[in-house]
Design a protein around this ligand. Structure first.
Ligand code: KIV
Length: 272
């Protein structure tokens, strides 16, 4: 029997919790700028993540580590101006919350005040307990992120699937339960076995949103540039491309160059 979906004018952390309770899957995509955020918001996505993947996608860095708090605030404020319905979650970048809970709170407050974002996301479990608690005490909603946590790439050494071994899987489940206990409103699970992700989602009452974590979770997130096919060198098994914009945009550029060279652009109707 199909369940009638509730219409939401504006998605809040409460809406996400209702969606999980009603068995409605949550859709989340990244955006880092106004134009992309307009497209994904008007397409009906529930959550826009201003991910620190902007470090890779927008700036061309190899990892997410170099992006700064000021840069994240710039990206997030552009996204917030476009988002009419979606909940905007902003990543706390590497170095802005790990060393000291007070600094973590200062970073989260800057994001909320200067970008207008609706919540923050940060990576890790018990290691960042005090930072999470302090941010939550200030009334700022926190989304957790476990499994493959790209800010720790130099600890892992590779971007392969995490928590395949029992000990790591158990630690992940414990951390997920702690994040829920401390008051996080949702959790991203990145690149972990589908069976483990499903187990976590069934044990938690907060929504679990997966990327490379199978279908048994409460929602899915993808990097929009990957899902639109604007990137073409990144080909993980979990990625479904809905368009092939890398090729289409490249062809459009070639046509434009050809038209300019041939003095075919602009024509009489395209000038004053
Ligand atoms: O930064 C990001 O885009 C993310 C997603 C991969 C979940 O954290």
């Amino acid at each position: 029997m199909s369940v009638a979906k509730k219409q939401y004018k504006r998605i809040t952390v409460k809406s996400l919790s209702e969606m999980k309770a009603n068995g409605e899957k949550i859709s989340m995509l990244t955006a880092y700028d106004y134009t992309m955020a307009k497209i994904v918001d008007s397409g009906g996505v529930d959550v826009i993540l201003v991910g620190d993947s902007a470090s890779n996608v927008m700036a061309g860095h190899e990892t997410t580590l170099p992006i700064t708090l000021d840069q994240m605030i710039y990206h997030a404020s552009s996204v917030v101006r476009a988002a009419e319905r979606s909940l905007v979650v902003v990543d706390l970048p590497f170095g802005s919350y790990q060393s000291d809970p007070k600094e973590a709170l200062r970073s989260a407050i800057r994001i909320m005040k200067e970008s207008g974002g609706h919540s923050v996301k940060l990576e890790g479990g018990r290691e960042v307990k005090e930072s999470i608690k302090r941010i939550l005490h200030a009334g700022i909603p926190v989304m957790g992120h476990l499994g493959l946590t790209p800010q720790s790439i130099y600890k892992f050494g590779t971007y392969t699937v995490r928590a395949k071994e029992e000990a790591e899987a158990e630690k992940l489940i414990e951390d997920a339960l702690l994040l829920e206990k401390w008051g996080c409103f949702a959790l991203v699970l990145e690149k972990v076995p589908a069976a483990l992700a499903e187990k976590v989602a069934s044990q938690l009452s907060i929504p679990v949103i997966g990327i490379g974590a199978g279908a048994g979770v409460d929602g899915q997130v993808l990097v929009s540039h990957d899902m639109f096919g604007m990137t073409h060198e990144f080909n993980p098994r979990f990625l479904r491309r809905y368009l092939n914009l890398y090729e289409e945009m490249g062809d459009a550029v070639s046509s434009y160059v050809k038209d300019v060279k041939a003095k075919d652009f602009p024509n009489e109707n395209e000038q004053y």
